[in-house]
Design a protein around this ligand. Sequence first.
Ligand SMILES: [Zn+2]
Length: 169
Amino acid sequence: MVSHKLHEEWCVKLGIPREICREVNVLIDIKCRKHDVGRREKFVYAGAGGIRIPIVGKGRRYVGKTVKGVPIRMMYVDVEDLIKCLKRFYGDTIPDSVVKSAILHHFLDEIKNILENQKVSLNAKEIIDEVARRLELLKRFNQRAFHEVYIFLQNNVQRVVESVLKEIE
Ligand SMILES: [Zn+2]
């Protein structure tokens, strides 16, 4: 995961009050009772025989491995889960700043995932685009906020990717 220091730094740069940034990062990583609420890993069935490969909870072991060209460890977005959690803390109308902080959180974490696991080398701009593709379902949460976060990251693409890269190792 990306450190909360870095999550907070970019969140504040996005124009969100520091207190909100802090709160949302803690909610997503800890308080919602699962880590990174809104992003989950899914089971992948190997081959036509459907042998279930138990990957959930096993973490890094399967990173980058494939079965017949299909990555074993895949991520999917669970918008409902994320919304449910945020509503518990903020009520039915989730403030805009909270929505944006949450979307940014997932973008930064996925940028790190790509930097750690990429097999083909993508440039910084392509990494942001790839993350936007992976997280596309978050548009259901709030399309305008998603777009705003995406544009913000594109405008700061080099600095964002370099700052995440520094946290690897
Ligand atoms: Zn996280």
